[in-house]
Design a protein around this ligand. Structure first.
Ligand code: MG
Length: 148
């Protein structure tokens, strides 16, 4: 069913540049955490993440992390240094937290995208929320592939 289709696919979050987002008229990017921005449970700073967040800020694109991770400490601890707002235990594919974050940001559905590595949580939640769902490759397997 085309309504359940992933709207766009990228290799990694760094490919979702302000230019791409502007061309797609995105003003709010809802973004998964584990395996999208970083390897699951990794506490290592992520190369390029700070620059990416800054570039979105500069372009006036809002960013909110919507994570299914149940640990507030993990999600908040990750996001704080980058000054990114976040939701933990979001229960995707339920769309309630996506919609709530979108309403808090005051951005219409048509200008909002959910980005994540998993169709069954991230993209499906986007569909339930009536917004676009974009997919990146699972970060760990993608990075391993690049090392070969
Ligand atoms: Mg994920």
């Amino acid at each position: 069913m085309s309504i359940l289709r992933t709207d766009r696919k990228f290799d990694r979050f760094e490919d979702v540049t302000p230019e791409v987002l502007k061309a797609e008229n995105v003003k709010l990017l809802l973004c998964d955490l584990d395996n999208t921005l970083t390897e699951r449970l990794s506490r290592e700073p992520v190369d390029g993440l700070e620059e990416w967040v800054k570039s979105l800020n500069k372009a006036g694109i809002k960013l909110v992390i919507i994570s299914n991770n149940i640990f507030k400490k993990r999600v908040q601890g990750f996001c704080e240094p980058y000054n990114i707002s976040c939701v933990w235990w979001a229960k995707k594919p339920m769309s309630v937290h996506l919609t709530q974050a979108r309403k808090v940001a005051g951005v219409p559905k048509k200008n909002t995208v959910m980005l994540g590595d998993k169709w069954s949580t991230d993209v499906l939640a986007a569909k339930f929320a009536g917004i676009r769902g974009w997919k990146v490759e699972h970060r760990k397997s993608y990075m391993k592939e690049q090392e070969k």
